[in-house]
Design a protein around this ligand. Structure first.
Ligand SMILES: *[C@@H]1O[C@H](CO)[C@@H](O)[C@H](O)[C@H]1NC(C)=O
Ligand SMILES: *[C@@H]1O[C@H](CO)[C@@H](O)[C@H](O)[C@H]1NC(C)=O
Ligand SMILES: *[C@@H]1O[C@H](CO)[C@@H](O)[C@H](O)[C@H]1NC(C)=O
Ligand SMILES: *[C@@H]1O[C@H](CO)[C@@H](O)[C@H](O)[C@H]1NC(C)=O
Length: 499
């Protein structure tokens, strides 16, 4: 999915990607927005965990907010009720984000780990326009008219209607309090679900949810600063060498023989041309960003199969004195470092600069969302971060969106609709963030009230708390999970009292 868009954006501007990031030039900006680009699943513990669920479909309205379009589509959702207590056991409801819901389901071991203790039913609902939940089937992405019903508002309404329907049709569920859970963009949705539909969900866990990564809510440079800190702490000189590598790429790529050398040194699938150099640098940049996001304390396979603490492993190759090496030596080391990310399993025949993570995410859908209401400014200055300076340029971003989709982003809408920084009147939301996660820069990391709570996991990367328990988990994530479960129990008690 991503390939088409990726190449468009890279050639036209240069870019990065949110779960992945839409950023580098503008694209760069766009990419930074795919919160979590994901790849494949299964970590060492998950292998032994048996995940079993029923796959169900619900006839969902294509348009919840207008009355002309009266069609429906099949929204996919997954259910496991083996531990559910029919008399009032809660429903843990995963608010699906920009990808295949089975992939999120498999990567949210936390819910599977706590289902028995809470006697909970697990429901994972797919976000419209991703996975199998396509409002217009194969035509869903054919043009802007068909994409018109892709928005967070429609997705939240889907979740609310689906929950109402479950309560109506599943015997025993009428008394079940529903808790929304999500990570990354899915975490934004779970928080917003509680804000917009407090009659439907009693509380929400919003893990690594950058609800403040919008204009005028967080500094645009925080994201890349955090990436840089991760590499600075990953090993001696690591960030310094990456900062110096951009110029080395320019120098070497200036000649044809240099381009040939780069293509061969990096084992690229297709030879680098002069016009590809910006795209090549964007690919490197995105690689560092992805590594920071999935810097987990154990071997895992989220965006790519990776060793434990992958940033430290990468930094082992980049510990040399930056002033003692030639450009070629520098880039030779960089090429070893990126292979940690792309070839940990030893099965990559070559490195493909049009791809940085596996395919369970819907990149084009996310780009469209970034180009409409999910406007997340990103910038770099090359001083406080290790990247080439790139300002946030809304106009350029908007022009790129217009060229791609024929639409222009509404920069202020998310703030107006979801409350921006002004969310103190809400209740029962836990925001968890990992200190290593670049997305924590746009997250809620301070307590807002007794029931709008921030949990910080200093040595956690992107929603580590949503993953299965693992023997290598740092204490901070174990205690975060325990605290989260205590809040769930509190919300459940509160809900029961009100019955
Ligand atoms: C590189 O990745 C793109 C996008 O995923 C894909 O379309 C292309 O086939 C890949 N090229 C090779 C040589 O694997
Ligand atoms: C998720 O796990 C199920 C069951 O193990 C498997 O069938 C499915 O392919 C997985 N989904 C993804 C996207 O990996
Ligand atoms: C990946 O690792 C294998 C095993 O070490 C090696 O044979 C192969 O050349 C590597 N591929 C790349 C692109 O580095
Ligand atoms: C917010 O409050 C909770 C509960 O008192 C506490 O555990 C947590 O550390 C606080 N979070 C921050 C970021 O101070």
């Amino acid at each position: 999915m991503r390939s088409g868009f990726g190449s468009v954006s890279r050639s036209s501007i240069t870019g990065i990607v949110l779960i992945v990031t839409l950023c580098c030039f503008h694209v760069f900006a766009l990419k930074s927005q795919l919160l979590t680009r994901h790849g494949v699943l299964v970590d060492s513990n998950a292998k032994d965990s048996v995940i079993s669920y029923k796959t169900l479909y619900f006839n969902q309205k294509i348009d919840h907010f207008g009355f002309l379009e009266d069609g429906t589509f099949k929204q996919r959702y997954l259910v496991n009720d083996e531990h559910w207590h029919q008399k009032g056991g809660p429903i843990l409801f995963y608010t699906g984000n920009e990808g295949d819901i089975t992939w999120f389901c498999n990567n949210t071991g936390f819910m599977w780990d706590i289902a028995e203790e809470l006697k909970a039913m697990l429901v994972f609902a797919e976000h419209r326009y991703y996975g199998e939940s396509l409002p217009f089937g194969k035509d869903s992405y054919s043009d802007t008219k068909h994409l018109n019903y892709l928005s967070s508002e429609q997705a939240l309404a889907d979740f609310a209607v689906l929950i109402k329907e479950l309560k109506r049709t599943v015997p025993g569920s009428q008394l079940s309090p529903v808790i929304a859970i999500g990570g990354s963009y899915g975490g934004m949705l779970s928080a917003w679900m509680r804000m917009k539909y407090p009659n439907v969900v009693v509380g929400a866990l919003a893990a690594s949810a950058p609800i403040w990564q919008f204009p005028d809510m967080a500094p645009c440079g925080d994201f890349y600063k955090i990436v840089t800190q991760d590499f600075a702490e990953g090993g001696l000189n690591c960030d310094v060498n990456i900062r110096k590598s951009w110029k080395a790429v320019d120098n070497v790529a200036a000649t044809d023989s240099g381009l040939r050398w780069l293509s061969s040194e990096f084992s690229l699938c297709s030879p680098l041309k002069k016009t590809d150099v910006a795209g090549f640098k964007a690919w490197l940049q995105e690689t560092w960003v992805n590594l920071a996001m999935v810097d987990y304390p154990y071997e895992a396979n989220f965006l790519q199969p990776l060793p434990r603490w992958p940033v430290q492993v990468v930094c082992k190759y980049l510990g040399f004195d930056p002033y003692s090496v030639s450009d070629y030596q520098m880039l030779s080391a960089i090429s070893e470092a990126v292979r940690v990310y792309y070839n940990y399993t030893g099965s990559a025949p070559c490195l493909n600069t049009s791809s940085t993570a596996t395919g369970s995410l819907g990149y084009i859908g996310w780009y469209y969302q970034a180009c409409t209401e999910m406007v997340m400014p990103m910038c770099t200055d090359g001083v406080q971060d290790m990247f080439e300076p790139q300002e946030w340029n809304f106009q350029a971003f908007s022009d790129e969106c217009h060229a791609l989709f024929g639409v222009r982003p509404r920069a202020d809408w998310a703030g107006i609709f979801y409350g921006g920084l002004d969310i103190a009147s809400h209740s029962n939301i836990v925001f968890s963030n990992g200190g290593l996660d670049p997305w924590s820069g746009g997250g809620v990391t301070r307590n807002i009230s007794d029931s709008m709570v921030a949990i910080v996991i200093p040595d956690g990367a992107h929603h580590l708390d949503l993953r299965y328990n693992n023997e290598y988990d740092p204490h901070s994530v174990l205690s975060a999970r325990a605290q989260e479960v205590e809040y769930f129990k509190l919300w459940i008690r509160q809900a029961k009292k009100q019955l």
